[in-house]
Design a protein around this ligand. Structure first.
Ligand SMILES: NC(=O)CC[C@H](N)C(=O)O
Length: 678
């Protein structure tokens, strides 16, 4: 089947069309123990304040943006126990009323209403719980804001409270209360839902107005005939935001600092004498924290709708081990700690869970890394811009080279792979292993892509079942081998596809003729012992891969997402040969672009090297460079908004809408296209 819809949507929409879906969650079971009605209202506010960071509706077209938000309500309650049925009714009533006030509907859900058991003669009830999930169309995924403080010079951190009674900072049901094994008796509440709507609408406005976000795009060099612009950073990253919920104001500020890895200095004014600094910092009253460049404009916008806001401080470009957190209340310094020390406190629970999943060596290495990481210096000197307008003409596809996006039962990376190849100018086709088994040949294709996923649920080891399906079927193995040996073809295998290529002998110690007889390179279990999903830097090596030509020395971010990614070789000579032949194509690297051997080590520590591959190998190609097998996902990193962090990216490139959307990884796919057309 052709991915015609991808090509057609490119043709119709004029290229990349960054729409998507936004989802958010809210749950407040501990507050519900104190008061079911208040807990339900806090659930609504948490859900909405988690959703506010994605632009969800074109405000000009629809009068009430929240009308586009739908929710699913899930109830877990011991409703048959005495008094619980009545509490459930109260909670449902307050939920309905709250949603009515903000103009939002529930269109689905599920309930488990017998959440109680008798064990050893004792009745054990689950706390009555409501989990709300909101969903809405996201009009522009490039404008989604995340909590990582950007520390952009000139920006300010603002605290905006909304919904609750401003005379109160209630600690009931808070994380602080739980730390002292208490629940409390007075929990936060939403007294005025209109304020929630106003804040929502104001933030939505900010998301859509670049002026307030402060995009910085300025010409730095005028070289020859071509303008070179520096994209200082991806635009929405000039704006950070986080809701205040579990843990209160202090936790929101700290989490933003941890995520940005930057220093913070704030001074919170406490206007009410009866509120102590502890209440102020730990109460979980509804609100948000934002970091913006043009704070005066934001304050004015909020004043226009009668929402108070306080400028509480700034983040500064002091990173990781150099960064301090200073929190004052009414000019009195309450907290003055190193960022990394506070973050380690915060990581304690994660590390405890990690002890059940991960080996101690990796946990220790991760801790050391957190303690010294400053900022990752991505680097890209090559051009990845190309004139894309031609691919918007459908007739173009009658001449473009064909790529088969091959998937098996359990694959999940086929659509992103198809979209990368389509954007690079190929005609892409969805080809299942069943198609090939029923006689579909690869003769028409110039390229094949083996996608990522969990073929046959990884039961016998990743890609083993998939490989067996090829190796033990004479017709399929002939078909594959014919394709591999043709001199006008290329292939790209990612993750599960990379594991498959290793099993099939497409990379490693290649032999003439049937390559499927033995495996010389094998992807073993990650050294850390768990499935690893992380975004981090890799270095592109000077190598034979046709897809990576001209990209050497770049330091780029890439998603890893695997449980079995450790390149392992039948003998040490194989790795040595691969190195000497220029077949090691990509390596995991540290924040400065250094690999393990630069530090006189066999490989980098976890999590920089997420799987423990010797020599930090992340991708290998065939002897002639036509076949490339890569563990991390370029297919999930070729658009800028797919990158988990871009704060520190400085790239030299021509600027236009398309280039902002495309990350340097698109060059790989474009290289393949140029190779086919050469
Ligand atoms: N994303 C993937 O392709 C994962 C590959 C494989 N299932 C693993 O866990 O290693």
């Amino acid at each position: 089947m052709s991915y015609k819809h991808l090509m057609q949507s490119s043709a119709m929409k004029g290229g990349i069309f960054p729409v998507g879906g936004a989802v958010s969650l809210g749950e407040q079971p501990i507050k519900m123990l104190i008061n079911a009605e208040k807990g339900a209202r806090m659930c609504i506010s948490e859900t909405i304040m988690n959703l506010v960071w994605a632009p969800i509706t074109d405000l000009k077209k629809i009068a009430s943006f929240l009308k586009d938000v739908k929710m699913s309500g899930n109830w877990m309650w011991a409703a048959k126990c005495e008094g619980e049925g009545a509490r459930l009714v109260d909670a449902v009533g307050s939920l309905c009323e709250g949603l009515r006030q903000i103009g939002c509907a529930i269109d689905g859900g599920k309930d488990s209403l017998s959440m109680a058991v008798t064990a050893h003669g004792e009745l054990v009830k689950s706390p009555g719980t409501l989990v709300l999930s909101a969903y809405a169309p996201c009009t522009n995924v490039t404008k989604v804001v995340n909590p990582a403080l950007t520390a952009t010079p000139g920006s300010k951190i603002l605290w905006i409270r909304c919904g609750g009674d401003k005379n109160k900072m209630r600690l009931g049901g808070s994380a602080l209360a739980q730390v002292y094994s208490q629940i409390g008796d007075d929990c936060p509440d939403i007294e005025d839902f209109t304020e929630i709507s106003k804040v929502f609408s104001t933030v939505q406005d900010l998301l859509l107005m670049d002026k307030l976000i402060g995009t910085v795009l300025h010409p730095i060099v005028l070289a020859g005939f071509s303008f070179v612009f520096e994209i200082i950073c991806f635009r929405s990253r000039r704006f950070a935001g986080h809701d205040i919920s579990d843990g209160g104001l202090i936790t929101a500020i700290l989490e933003m600092a941890f995520a940005g890895n930057v220093a913070v200095d704030v001074n919170i004014r406490n206007t009410k004498e009866h509120i102590s600094p502890i209440d102020l910092l730990f109460a979980e009253e509804c609100g948000i924290i934002i970091e913006v460049l043009n704070s005066e404009d934001v304050i004015r916008k909020l004043e226009d709708v009668n929402i108070e806001c306080q400028v509480i401080g700034t983040a500064s470009e002091t990173y990781g081990p150099d960064a301090h957190i200073r929190i004052h209340v009414d000019d009195k310094l309450e907290i003055n700690e190193k960022l990394v020390d506070l973050r380690e406190e915060w990581e304690l629970v994660g590390d405890k869970l990690g002890e059940f999943q991960t080996n101690m060596k990796s946990l220790k290495e991760a801790k050391e890394f957190r303690g010294k990481c400053r900022k990752i210096n991505y680097k890209c000197d090559f051009e990845w811009f190309y004139e894309t307008s031609f691919i918007y003409h459908e007739q173009y596809f009658s001449t473009a080279p064909l790529v088969a996006i091959i998937r098996e039962e359990g694959s999940n990376g086929d659509r992103e792979m198809a979209s990368a190849f389509t954007l690079a100018g190929f005609q892409t086709f969805d080809v299942t292993m069943t198609d090939i088994l029923s006689g579909h040949t690869l003769d028409a294709y110039r390229g094949v892509a083996f996608v990522g996923g969990f073929s046959y649920a990884d039961v016998l080891g990743s890609a083993r079942g998939w490989a067996a399906g090829v190796m033990f079927n004479e017709q399929v193995s002939k078909q594959f081998e014919h394709f591999r040996l043709r001199t006008d073809t290329f292939s790209y295998g990612v993750c599960n596809g990379c594991q498959l290529m290793a099993q099939l002998g497409w990379i490693g110690d290649e032999r003439e003729g049937n390559a499927c007889l033995e495996t010389t390179v094998f992807l073993d279990e990650n050294e850390c012992g768990r499935f690893e999903s992380s975004f981090g830097p890799v270095k592109i090596e000077k190598c034979k891969s046709i897809m990576l030509s001209g990209m050497e020395n770049a330091i780029l971010g890439l998603w890893s997402s695997h449980g079995e990614g450790r390149f392992t070789y039948r003998s040490s000579e194989i790795l040595q040969n691969l190195r000497e032949n220029g077949q090691v194509c990509v390596r995991f690297c540290d924040d400065q672009g250094k690999i393990g051997s630069d530090h006189n080590c066999e490989n980098l520590p976890y999590p920089l090297n997420p799987n423990g591959s010797i020599d930090d190998v992340a991708a290998i190609c065939s002897r002639d460079g036509r076949h490339l097998a890569m563990m991390p996902h370029a297919d999930r990193s070729f658009l800028t908004w797919q990158w988990a962090e871009l704060n520190s990216v400085t790239w030299n490139t021509r600027f236009d809408q398309q280039t902002v959307a495309l990350s340097p990884w698109i060059r790989m796919f474009r290289n393949a296209f140029n190779w086919c057309n050469a």
